[in-house]
Design a protein around this ligand. Sequence first.
Ligand code: MTE
Ligand code: MO
Length: 432
Amino acid sequence: MDEERDNAPREPARPGFWRSPLRGPWLTSVFAVVLLVGLTVVSVTGFVSYAAYNPDVAAVNDKTPERGWLGFYLVDWPTEPYWLYRLTQGVHVTLGVALVPVLLAKLWSVVPKLFTWPPVRSPSHALERATLLLLVGSVLFEFATGVLNTQLDYVFPGSFYTLHFYGGWVFLASFLSHTMLKFPRVVRALRSRSLSRELRTPVARTRPEPGDTTGLVPAAPAPATMSRRGALGMVGLGSASLLAVTAGQSIGGPLRATALFAPHGQELGTGPNDFQINKTFAAVDLREGDIGPEWRLTVQGPDGREAVLTREEVLDLPQHTARLPIACVEGWSTANQRWSGVRLGDLAALVGLSGSDPPGVFVESAQRSGPFRAVGLRANQVGDPRSLLALRVNGADLSADHGYPARVIVPAAPGVHNTKWVNRLGFGEVAE
Ligand SMILES: Nc1nc2c(c(=O)[nH]1)N[C@H]1C(S)=C(S)[C@@H](COP(=O)(O)O)O[C@H]1N2
Ligand SMILES: [Mo]
């Protein structure tokens, strides 16, 4: 008999369906505050990441050419401090990953609201629900596309940036209005219970939150099977574990080995070239001949001046050294590597331009097709004395995987702007 009753339909809109006694405004607000702080940082670093692409410089940099005024905040991406992108993108990805359990817990805590009956009570209720749809939709979309991008090596060719950028704006707008709408309620809820007392309350003494006016506390709560302390601990432990298996990919050193979540963290070269490789020589559209003795570097200036150099001739130019990391949009970065090669400014001087105040440059790779074969760099990047066309790293020739015969390395730039297998530099070919 009892069994039959258990099998009866338990539709989620029925008041008695949701029974966890932990659900209530206080618990929801604790998760909300963590997300308010965390997702603000993730959003800001995300929009900063787009600015780091210097989209105004060249069409190949611009992943959202239709963005209009949504690019109002773009700045000339600086080269100082040299670890800037390593920090902003490391925080964006690592914090984003670590917040997944908090996000899921927050959604769990409010899920009965999804099935509110009647679904729409008034025009303002309809508006509130529409905003929530945008908020929940965009946050899930941003997390899904972000995690897929870090794990699956650009499964969305090119369009990832577009999707993630516009999704980011939808999220930010709905996040701001949701925050303003709910802020007073969150403050009130947080004041209603003491966190330290909650952390000392075991399951046996766990009761539903009294005097609820938000409708989050279930109408017919079941006895507690877990304390609020247990729920917070579980979420906290989940976040801490994700942090532990992610952070190492941008911190580096011995911690690299702990970055089990890192997609490229495991693919290293050998000897002095033993740091992460994004696309290997074999993975891109390159043939042996493209980087063999036949390889030439073509340097061009705005007035038709041109220099064509063999690798030996590039090595005969003054060589400089810069200790710089590679920091990928996927969140991983290398420790500082010791790059040596020719200053981009010195190469501009070869075609009659000022070496100390050079224009921007269009960089092209011998790679015949595929993403990242070309990039535009701004004048401030070209003029930085640490910006090199590197031929060697850590005292050895570049390996084929790291861009032999020559690659660009620029301080504070996203990894994707450090073009490998470079064979042409067009100075003055990009917007300033
Ligand atoms: N020609 C070319 N250059 C490229 C790429 C590429 O696919 N092709 N990948 C870029 C990306 S996304 C990154 S993060 C860095 C990685 O450099 P590494 O493989 O030497 O670590 O190279 C950049 N340079
Ligand atoms: Mo990258």
